[in-house]
Design a protein around this ligand. Structure first.
Ligand code: SF4
Ligand code: SF4
Length: 66
């Protein structure tokens, strides 16, 4: 399972990127994106997805529906 960033809500503040323990968040042309192949939802590292924890925009980062 993985998380995703809602492009319409993301303000490109950049807070999430350095917090990701698996380096799954990248920025291209000012757009932040989570690599679903690499995102572990922080399992085994943290209790909660760290990107969600630091993102100032509520509902911006959500779980990809299975
Ligand atoms: S849930 Fe964790 S592993 Fe996935 S993108 Fe967010 S910080 Fe990175
Ligand atoms: S912390 Fe949230 S608003 Fe900021 S770049 Fe990441 S997803 Fe976008």
């Amino acid at each position: 399972m993985a998380m995703k960033i809602d492009m319409d809500l993301c303000t490109a503040c950049g807070d999430c990127e350095p917090e990701c323990p698996t380096a799954s968040i990248s920025v291209k042309k000012g757009m932040y994106k989570i690599n679903a192949e690499e995102c572990t939802e922080c399992e085994g590292e943290y209790d909660k997805p760290q990107c969600v924890k630091v993102c100032p925009i509520k509902g911006c980062i959500t779980q990809i529906a299975a």
